[in-house]
Design a protein around this ligand. Structure first.
Ligand code: MN
Ligand code: MN
Length: 293
């Protein structure tokens, strides 16, 4: 990997590590969720990065893709809180997550952490993503929980938050061999549910996918705002300004211009924990860009 590119990945990882560690110490029962999300996104900018996607704060059975609504007044309860943060420096992305347990299920938190540690331990050139999936599944089963089969880690590219290869959280038939210079986010999810998430009705996160004609003036204005500020990276509904935002979002979705990321949840009554780091595959082993400093 080019030295300048490596430096940008490292800087994004450094910023993320600081923000994650400060933000996770703010999370507590009664604290405003929107305030934590705003803290994360503002501190990323203060430190010289940009959010690679909205700060995800997903609770209890929701595994991923939740972020506060505009003017969201909700506060944390005695919940299992997943804080998932993305930072980019000139398009080079760091992606990491931690679980803050306010509900008294420490073993479930440990299970996803153990899955992540088991995968990181074996990452290197020539290792198959299938081996990572098997290591993650084994570690999580060791705690008596299921890993979530249909949520995976992923490759990271410039301005590309979800690329190839996919990094499974279960044993799979055929994986992809890792190469030096690959950048991957490894993100095990552990659950006391069935190990399979589905899409909830609501979505708060969207991204631009295709340029297509659109007539309605408010929708055109919103599209300009999105393209200027977020390029192809995901953005939150609460980041948008102007009139008739929900109408315009629907128009752009219907035209196939935007993609929506619905909340992803496990079966009702279950809990999900998550752990995630960004890892660069090196000639001998790997470097974790998002580890604590
Ligand atoms: Mn993430
Ligand atoms: Mn990720």
């Amino acid at each position: 990997m080019d030295a300048e590119v490596l430096e940008k990945y490292r800087k994004a990882g450094d910023i993320l590590a600081r923000v994650r560690d400060e933000a996770s110490s703010l999370i507590d029962v009664g604290v405003s969720i929107l305030q934590v999300a705003n803290f994360v996104e503002e501190t990323i900018r203060d430190l010289g990065g940009k959010p690679a996607f909205p700060c995800n704060i997903s609770r209890d059975r929701v595994a991923a893709h939740d972020t506060p609504r505009p003017q969201d007044g909700s506060v944390f309860g005695e919940e299992m809180v997943k804080l998932d943060i993305g930072v980019h420096v000139d398009g080079y992305i760091a992606d990491a997550a931690v679980t803050v347990d306010l509900g008294g299920h420490p073993e479930l938190v440990e299970a996803s952490k153990a899955g992540l540690a088991a995968a990181i331990e074996i990452v290197g050139p020539g290792v198959s993503t299938a081996e990572l999936g098997a290591a993650i599944e084994d570690a999580i089963r060791g705690y008596g929980y299921n890993s979530v089969a249909n949520l995976t880690g992923h490759g990271l590219g410039r301005y590309q938050a979800h690329g190839e290869p996919s990094v499974p959280n279960r044993q799979i038939e055929k994986g992809v061999e890792l190469l030096p210079g690959d950048v991957i986010a490894i993100e095990p999810f552990a659950t006391d549910g069935v190990g399979r998430i589905s899409e909830a009705p609501q979505a708060e996160i969207f991204s631009f996918v295709a340029k297509r004609p659109i007539r309605a003036p408010p929708a055109r204005a919103l599209l300009n705002q999105v393209q200027e500020n977020y390029s192809t990276l995901p953005f939150a509904r609460r980041w948008l300004s102007g009139d008739r935002i929900d109408y315009s979002l629907n128009q752009l979705l219907r035209a196939g211009i935007l993609h929506r990321y619905p909340l992803l949840w496990e079966a009702e009554g279950s809990l999900v924990s998550q752990a995630e780091h960004t890892v660069i595959v090196m000639e001998n082993g790997c470097e974790v860009t998002t580890k604590p400093r």
